[in-house]
Design a protein around this ligand. Structure first.
Ligand code: HEC
Length: 164
């Protein structure tokens, strides 16, 4: 009888610890705070009918200074930019662009606050450039964000300071 109790006392605590460890592993704080990938996958707007995807070479630093965003700042375009932002950027830069996304918090330096003057002063092309290849973006987002999503992102990042 005594032996059984001692064995139980030895077996139960490790089992309990293992259960708690497993629970935290699967439901840990990071994973629940983080925006869920598939949610935004579903929201991705389809490509406009009649258009094809073309990969042009990315602009060089000198070229990008002269670039202007070809998209008009309409509600539809902004909303589309928001979907892309939530797909590519939100987990680092946060909902409001404050740089407080859950993944970004483990970065040194932490992601930039996208509403600061430094960023709002960039021309369209420079914003595009810093967003694609800027500091803190490794692997470079140039390889991640396709051409046809980029100007929507620039448009949306520009709207962040007003949403403050
Ligand atoms: C993996 C995390 C991460 C992701 C994803 C990310 N960023 Fe960043 N971003 C950073 C970090 C880190 C910095 C650097 C902050 C610094 O240098 O102080 C930064 C800096 C920037 C800057 C400022 C660059 C400069 O010249 O100062 C811009 C603009 C920016 N990000 C836009 C974006 C946009 C738009 C997206 C989505 C397409 C994006 N970022 C996705 C982490 C991220």
């Amino acid at each position: 009888m005594m032996k059984k109790i001692i064995i139980l006392l030895l077996v139960i605590p490790p089992l309990l610890l293992a259960a708690i460890f497993g629970y935290v592993l699967y439901n840990g704080p990071r994973m629940t705070v983080q925006h869920h990938f598939r949610e935004f996958q579903k929201e991705m707007p389809p490509r406009v009918v009649g258009t094809v995807t073309v990969r042009r070479p990315d602009p060089s630093a000198a070229e990008s200074a002269a670039l202007k965003n070809p998209l008009p700042s309409s509600i539809v375009n902004l909303n589309r930019g928001k979907v892309y932002y939530q797909y590519y950027c939100v987990f680092c830069h946060g909902d409001t662009g404050a740089g407080n996304g859950p993944v970004g918090q483990s970065y040194i330096p932490v992601p930039a606050d996208l509403r600061t003057e430094k960023i709002t002063r960039y021309g369209d092309g420079d914003l595009l450039r810093s967003m694609l290849t800027g500091v803190g973006h490794e692997p470079v987002l140039e390889r991640v964000v396709p051409q046809e999503h980029r100007w929507y992102l620039v448009l949306f990042v520009r709207s962040l300071p007003q949403a403050r």
